[in-house]
Design a protein around this ligand. Sequence first.
Ligand code: SF4
Length: 64
Amino acid sequence: MRIDIDVAKCIGAGQCVMAAPEVFDQNEDNGTIILLNDSPPADQGEPVREAAMMCPASVITVVD
Ligand code: SF4
């Protein structure tokens, strides 16, 4: 699995961090997404896909 993010679209809503805290974090200053691991292990697939679905700004793309 590989993840792409478009930080410019992020509105800092934070759902991604709640869904997959091992893969996503938020910038302390403005709340925008920080990608901790762009190739997470298989056991993170479900939480990452959930994060991508929940994101209100379609920031997160799961490549495979
Ligand atoms: S859920 Fe989407 S908009 Fe909210 S912080 Fe995460 S990437 Fe940004």
